[in-house]
Ligand binder design. Structure first.
Ligand SMILES: [Zn+2]
Length: 126
């Protein structure tokens, strides 16, 4: 979490919750270190996400409608730069036909353990 007034940061597990909302020593409110719906993504975080998307070999797109920007553009950036895009979703999205190399339709809780198991098996096989 971080302070909205002075930007001091603290691990969530260390926050004193005897007062709600929790406060910083300066008197400012502590908030989770994340972006809420409707808030702007910090420029540095967005730039870094675009860089990592362009550099990855494989992108896993899991449990998303793939409609909220700018996150929805990351699979396009990855694919345009040569990455394999694996989509795990219970329902098809706008990515399924155009962007995903390997659409795996189903619940992430079911598909991911099977995917990890298969990869482990293949890595163990000489
Ligand atoms: Zn503070």
């Amino acid at each position: 979490m971080h302070c909205q007034s002075c930007d001091w940061a603290i691990e969530t597990a260390q926050v004193d919750l005897s007062e709600i909302p929790p406060r910083c020593g300066c008197g400012g409110f502590l908030r989770p270190d994340c972006i809420f719906f409707g808030e702007l993504i910090p420029h540095e975080a967005l730039f870094r996400s675009q860089q990592v998307s362009a550099a990855c070999d494989v992108m896993l797109v899991i449990g998303t409608s793939a409609t909220v920007q700018p996150a929805a553009s990351m699979p396009f950036i990855a694919r345009d730069n040569g990455a394999v895009v694996i989509e795990i979703n219970p329902e098809p999205t706008s990515l399924t036909q155009r962007i995903s190399h390997l659409p795996l339709m189903g619940a992430a809780g079911t598909i991911l353990p099977r995917l990890v198991g298969t990869i482990r098996q293949r890595l163990a096989t000489p």
